[in-house]
Design a protein around this ligand. Structure first.
Ligand SMILES: [Ca+2]
Length: 328
């Protein structure tokens, strides 16, 4: 340890050894581990021996670096994306999940004012209703990206710190939690900061556990409610005819950029029954049979707060419709 560093750490820790270099698991830069431990102890107030002992169990995963560095795959059209997520087996599995957990699902919908098909559709698209939580230990994913991947190190080190804090607070074992290569966890694939901010203890056992059905359902519904879900309102409407004059109002970002009133005045058909002041994102999507025009309503915008993509939000909406139609 150089002198300056020792002086700086001494202010925090009395210069106690954080983790001897030979104790740092292979693949992680010892200096990154050391500064992470010092900062995490300072910012979270967690016992340093616990932090160090936990990190010692992390495994550096080069495949995760490879996965996150890979260039984005070709962007799917709406038609291709929809076909991927709206297969009959995903609808059937959702209905089976509803049948198995109906009491909890209905209680969650009632408590948060979010209709159950939307909550289930998010679980269905994220993890096939909890069938695949991800193939990585969350600890490995976040330690690999937060300590040994400079391009996103700041973000993921922050997520690693929050993850350790959450696991400690909830009394869960940070070394056996499974998730995605980017550290998204549980039925709804929450990243650690979303876990901290939006997870709820719906089954009342004293811990917020995103791998437990009731807490996972409650947490997804709470996420939507906090982001201003409108109870009972639809999320999107297909539009039958969109005159040329209205096409100029097509959305270029995720924010609704026009209103029902403005579109109706330009001759857009299909918005009957909606308040003129309702914000709309006018979407032109490439469906399987060519262009589809869709009115993205405020609840669709709320779904994009969960995952910032119209493809995702529209797939959740369509899966939700299919689940609602198939429900007993
Ligand atoms: Ca709980």
């Amino acid at each position: 340890m150089n002198q300056w560093r020792c002086v700086r750490l001494a202010l925090l820790l009395g210069c106690a050894p954080v983790m001897a270099a030979e104790e740092v698991p292979a693949g992680f830069p010892p200096q990154a581990v050391e500064s992470f431990l010092a900062e995490a102890a300072e910012e979270t107030g967690l016992p340093q021996p616990w932090l160090a002992a936990t990190l010692q169990k992390a495994t550096f995963q080069p495949d995760i670096i490879a996965a996150i560095s890979r260039p984005a795959e070709r962007t799917l059209t709406w038609g291709q994306y929809r076909a991927l997520f709206l297969k009959p087996d995903r609808i059937e599995a959702g209905l089976a999940f509803y049948a198995a957990h109906r009491e909890t699902v209905d209680a969650v919908a009632e408590a948060y004012g979010v209709s159950w098909p939307y909550v289930l559709a998010i679980l269905g698209i994220e993890t096939r209703y909890g069938k695949f939580f991800g193939r990585w230990r969350v600890l490995d994913a976040l330690a690999t990206l937060g300590l040994a991947y400079p391009p996103r190190q700041t973000f993921f080190a922050g997520q690693l710190r929050v993850f350790l804090q959450q696991m400690h607070a909830e009394g869960l074992d940070p070394t056996d939690r499974m998730g995605s290569y980017a550290g998204a966890m549980g039925y709804g694939q929450f990243i650690p900061s979303s876990y901290r901010d939006f997870a709820v203890d719906f089954d009342g056992d004293g811990r917020r556990d995103l791998w437990a059905v009731a807490d996972a359902l409650g947490s997804v519904a709470n996420y939507l409610a906090v982001h201003r879900w409108t109870p009972g309102a639809e999320a999107a409407r297909p539009l039958r005819s969109v005159p040329e004059a209205a096409k100029a109002l097509r959305a270029t970002g995720l924010d609704p950029s026009t209103t029902v009133g403005a579109l109706t005045a330009l001759g857009v058909d299909g918005l009957a029954g909606l308040e003129a002041s309702t914000p709309v994102a006018l979407l032109e999507m490439q469906g399987e049979d060519g262009a589809e025009w869709i009115a993205g309503l405020p609840n669709l915008y709320v779904i994009t707060r969960y995952n910032r993509s119209y493809l995702y939000a529209l797939a959740v909406n369509d899966l939700a419709q299919a689940l609602a139609q198939g429900a007993p």
